[in-house]
Design a protein around this ligand. Structure first.
Ligand code: SF4
Length: 824
């Protein structure tokens, strides 16, 4: 058993293993009051909620309080490991500034009230709007952090009860492109790959995915392969010098917004050199000829010129990707939050399709998620799509949903594509959407172009309900605030980025009058008296387990089939991957084995969209193109971003996450170890640009775009020239007295980002905005408050290392190879 400062050493101790071996177990534990000194009364089963990796963990409870967490050794996802946010983030739950009572706006001020008053107010307003304007006046904007049971209930209320098409999640900012890229290539959502593919791969390619900070436990798995015999080669595509880039055999740092050109350059080499599986292509795909024609236009020299990377490096990367026997690719926000997001992410799928590398150990694509329960938002139809990956454009599938819900199918809106979040805010701006119910997210900091979002949310005519754990920049603008129970204060299931389902059980009571989101939705449905077509209650469940049982029926026979799962089964050792049904009683490790896809025209979730315009493909068009349900290869030409640098705004601005924080820090800023590791906003600039502008580490600088500006200290880092980086975690709720940043000078990165989105996935752009940088004054002796451990590491000397000290010491128990065979 060792002890380690896991702020200073976020990935802990290496446990090397060879290709094809089981990943060794290492159990990480953090107990706030001293390890082992005081024994918890009990350990409660759960999984991590501050990222999408789905690390299984048990919560230590003593005297009715959470006192720590421990990774679960037998779980297939993490084999006992936890990351810094798992280890320390839970402390936020006990923060004294939790919302504990409902609030309603009276005379311009939010005042405390009781649940009856708050809910009756919401119900009265809903009924009034339904009567006067119809269901399209009502919208729901949810999150990727509730539980499956909650999304499914919300989806039924919105689609089957009120009949509004306006239901989306902040997953729009996050995983909309993951879902859309999967739908484009395989006609259905669902990760083809599995984390266990890391154990077998020869090459692991990370496309715009800084896994070291977004899913640190998955990075530990990769690091352990790198430390063992026959290590895989890493290919990294990222404009920053991330930990992944430092470990990579080839690091391509393209100009932001040029990913399609880069992918076409790589595919040009792979196809041109015949590194393809012709038989697989013929038997299992449609569309290859068009791709072949298209990528001929992108020899490495042309791609290199567009992307500003050496042509020789494109060739090296292509050779590695094209000649390996087992390839794992992962994709995240570097691809997803760009103007050609879906087009670029689809090329990664194409890479695997043309090489026939799907459905076998070590051959998988992970179109990653960002949030812990984003997958469930999509499965349950809380992101606009219909539950169970049903196709809104297929009347038979809509009718089937009507059967499950016992409602007339005409009541379920399917007259057009579901409304995406960016459009919902546009409708609110224009005045057709009059009630917006926000759950578990903080759009006043996380959406692009914040001055616009603030003005939309603060309109008098918009009735804004916000349901959350803490006061936020968004609750400040609300008409009603509902205090929600957090993770560990309620029971439910959720599914990670490789389809592993975990059960999280209630460990402690919520504070004050806070209630689980499920209870709030059930209460609303009851007060609204929502009915099915026979006059029975529309929502027929009353607690998490009965909601889960209802969801199982909804998923029956669909790709995300949960019918083989139950709360009792999920109380076993490990999480289980869907589909889990009679045919796959132990779950399904990989999808698309043997080239069988869910793309039959009568079964598929989606007919796809035009990659340039985003227009949905017509059913007849899809049937003609893919009558036998194969995988679809779609090609795309490079198009430049709408907003390009110019003389006034010579930089490209990109935004992103740090290892120690989640979203707008409502939770992680309340965990002292995490907050101390990254306490304040910073700006990253390359050495070359810094010396040209006379900027030194720690200087106060101002970054501006045509929409706004922020002030922060400069970190001179390994980012590529011409690009600035801002972390998006910092808003205004915890701004210090005397801070350089304030609302006048801006602290939130999204003051600067633009209202624009990818045509196919509707995911907004956070990676390309034209910006300028101005030095305000010299440093005051202190460096930028950016962590030194990961992508924001300084290039110059003299910056003290980020450390957590004694408060961050955690236990590590390295136990070696798991004893049992099976699904690990
Ligand atoms: S912060 Fe990351 S995880 Fe959260 S919504 Fe944005 S992209 Fe997704």
């Amino acid at each position: 058993m060792g002890r380690l400062d896991r702020i200073a050493e976020p990935w802990g101790t290496r446990t090397p293993y060879a290709r094809g071996e089981k990943w060794p177990v290492r159990v990480d534990t953090f107990l706030a009051d001293g390890n082992g000194a005081e024994h918890p009364d009990r350990w409660v089963r759960s999984a991590s909620v501050l990222h999408s990796n789905g690390d299984a963990l048990d919560i230590a409870v003593k005297d009715g309080r959470i006192v720590g967490v421990r990774g679960r050794a037998e779980d297939r996802v993490n084999h006992g490991r936890l990351d810094p946010k798992d280890l320390y983030g839970w402390q936020a739950g006990a923060s004294p500034d939790r919302l504990t009572r409902p609030l309603v706006r009276r005379g311009g001020r939010l005042v405390e009230t009781d649940w009856d008053t708050a809910m009756d107010h919401i119900v009265a307003r809903t009924k009034e709007l339904l009567r006067d304007q119809g269901p399209s006046a009502i919208g729901f904007y949810t999150t990727g952090q509730l539980f499956l049971e909650e999304y499914y209930t919300l989806s039924l209320i919105a689609h089957g009860g009120l009949g509004t098409n306006h239901l989306d999640g902040n997953t729009r900012l996050c995983t909309a492109t993951a879902a859309e890229a999967l739908k484009q290539s395989f006609a259905c959502d669902g990760q083809p790959g599995s984390y266990t593919d890391i154990d077998h791969a020869d090459v692991i390619a990370l496309f715009g995915h800084n896994v070291a900070e977004t899913q640190p436990v998955l990075w530990m798995r990769i690091l352990d392969r790198l430390a063992g015999p026959e290590p895989p080669a890493l290919i990294c595509v990222d404009p920053r010098l991330t930990p992944v880039a430092r470990a990579a055999a080839v690091h391509l740092a393209p100009r932001p917004g040029t990913n399609v050109a880069l992918m076409n350059g790589l595919l040009h080499e792979i196809i041109g050199n015949g590194w393809t599986d012709a038989e697989y292509i013929t038997r299992h795909t449609v569309g290859f000829d068009e791709l072949e024609r298209r990528v001929k236009e992108y020899p490495p020299e042309r791609a290199a010129e567009i992307c500003d990377v050496p042509a020789e490096e494109i060739r090296r990367a292509a050779r590695a990707l094209g000649t390996c026997e087992r390839l794992v690719s992962t994709v995240l926000q570097g691809f997803y939050q760009s103007h050609q997001a879906t087009a670029a992410a689809v090329q990664v799928n194409n890479l695997h399709l043309v090489r026939g590398m799907l459905g076998r150990p070590g051959c998988g694509v992970l179109q990653m998620n960002g949030q812990p329960t984003a997958q469930n938002t999509r499965e349950c139809g809380a992101d606009g799509d219909l539950p169970g990956f049903r196709n809104w454009a297929d009347d038979a599938q809509v009718a089937d949903l009507g059967r499950v819900w016992n409602v007339d199918p005409s009541r379920i809106p399917h007259y057009g594509p579901p409304t995406h979040a960016m459009k919902m805010f546009r409708y609110a701006e224009q005045g057709s959407l009059r009630m917006l119910w926000v759950t578990g997210t903080n759009p006043a900091v996380s959406l692009p172009e914040l001055s616009r979002i603030r003005s939309v949310l603060s309109q008098e005519r918009l009735f804004l309900i916000v349901q959350d754990l803490f006061p936020t920049e968004t609750t400040e603008l609300a008409d009603v605030v509902l205090p929600a129970a957090g993770w560990a204060e309620k029971t439910g299931t959720f599914t990670n980025a490789d389809r592993t389902v975990h059960l999280s059980e209630k460990a402690v009571d919520p504070p004050g009058r806070a209630r689980p989101d499920l209870d709030i939705f059930l209460d609303y449905a009851r007060r609204m008296d929502l009915r099915d077509k026979d006059g029975g209650p529309l929502v027929k469940w009353h607690d998490p387990e009965s909601a889960f049982e209802a969801w199982k029926e909804c998923s029956r026979g669909r790709p995300c089939d949960y019918t083989g799962l139950s709360y009792d089964r999920l109380r076993g050792g490990s999480g289980i991957q869907w589909p889990c049904d009679a045919e796959h009683p132990d779950g399904t490790e990989r999808l698309y084995t043997g080239g069988a896809f869910w793309s039959d025209p009568d079964y598929c979730e989606s007919y796809g969209r035009d990659l340039v315009t985003g227009a949905p493909v017509e059913p007849t068009e899809y049937r003609a193109m893919n009558p036998y349900g194969k995988a679809v290869i779609k090609s795309a030409g490079y198009l430049p971003p709408h907003e390009q640098p110019d003389g006034d705004h010579p930089f490209l601005l990109t935004t992103g996450r740090t290892l120690y924080h989640f979203h707008t820090r409502t939770k992680t800023a309340r965990a002292p170890q995490l907050q101390a590791a990254a306490p304040e906003m910073w700006v990253e600039i390359s050495t070359g640009d810094a010396s040209e502008l006379g900027v030194m580490e720690g200087d106060l600088v101002e970054v501006s775009t045509p929409r706004g500006s922020v002030r922060a200290k400069a970190r001179v880092s390994g980012i590529r020239d011409g690009v600035l980086f801002l972390p998006f975690h910092y808003g205004y709720w915890d701004i210090d007295e005397g801070s350089e940043a304030d609302e006048a000078h801006g602290r939130a990165a999204n003051e600067l980002t633009l209202t624009d989105w990818d045509a196919a996935s509707k995911q907004p752009l956070y990676k390309t905005a034209a910006a300028r940088l101005r030095r305000i004054r010299a440093q005051d002796g202190s460096p930028a408050p950016a962590p030194t451990t990961a992508a924001s590491a300084p290039l110059g000397a003299g910056v003290p290392e980020t450390r957590g000290g004694p408060a961050a010491e955690s236990d590590e128990d390295v136990r070696g190879t798991p004893p049992t065979e099976g699904d690990t």
